[in-house]
Write a protein that binds this ligand. Sequence first.
Ligand code: AMP
Ligand code: MG
Length: 344
Amino acid sequence: MDTQVLKPTDDNIEYAGCLIAKGQLVAFPTETVYGLGADALNGAAVSEIFRAKGRPGDNPLIVHVSAPEEIEPLVTEMPAMAQKLMARFWPGPMTLIFPKSERIPDEVSAGLDTVGIRMPSNPVARDLIRRSGCPIAAPSANRSGRPSPTTAAHVYEDMNGRIPVILDGGPCEVGLESTVIDARFSVPVILRPGGITPEMIREAAGDVRLDEHIMAPVAEGERVRSPGMKYRHYAPKARTIIFEGTPEKVIAEICRRYDAEQAVGGSPAILGFENHDYGGRRVLSLGVPDHPDEAASRLFAALRELDTEKRTLALCEAVSLDGIGLAVMNRMGRAAAFDIVCLE
Ligand code: AMP
Ligand code: MG
């Protein structure tokens, strides 16, 4: 199969919508990352997503809608807190967990009795959903285990020959996957951090909790509320280590380890801030320290670049946990299998 990369013109979105309606797969842009979509009500089409990605069958998919009304047939209940958060943060990078109706195939929910639903803000994504005439189940459009794609070129790298069409809407604005929230009860719980930050949820809901697995590895066989959390994700081939502490100590330690790696014939690279002086060593920029949104939008491309450059060691500067920084550190932490060195 040849994979076509198409500009999101009216005609092309219409064509892509017809493919989805016929049970085929289409990769499309959202404000978070590129998604790999199928008709969420067609179990056979949804199975094709798992096949194309090589995704474990127990990792559920998020269902995307183009308007809040579309979720009614998909759920058995509309919890009050979920309605409050929808009114405040949809369309946008927030997924809510609902008790699922029997219209949601088991392939989507991976055997859970709940379903994650999101209304994206990206106009191409919403237009595609409208034209396909069905809700679209879509995980990130990468091969399982690779960093999520934030450009159509990343999707092409992973999916060429596996799907008929990629809609190219340019680079994704946020660059990290949506915030997944269980808002079935009075205090919302963040299962996966993302573009809608804990501070924003607390402000809207009065209170917020974080799932304990956000900044910790999941032990073998342990049950988690967000099944995706247990997989080693986003992992470059390079051994990846994160350094936390004052900039002076972090820069000095990263330079020391960089030079030691080179001395034994390895190929190190740094994921660091561009205002820090690394004396000409290879730095993949995370922007500047007080703009965690830049680190968010650059992180996945930088992790992919490590593989392209065949790096053996990735030395990363920690980002502050404020705002979207928590989501950056959650993804970076998992890429590093939570190998975090504290220098204070
Ligand atoms: P992806 O779209 O690849 O970012 O993966 C979607 C992630 O959303 C999964 O890995 C889960 O962690 C989470 N998720 C989706 N549906 C549910 C659900 N019903 N309950 C809890 N977490 C979910
Ligand atoms: Mg994913």
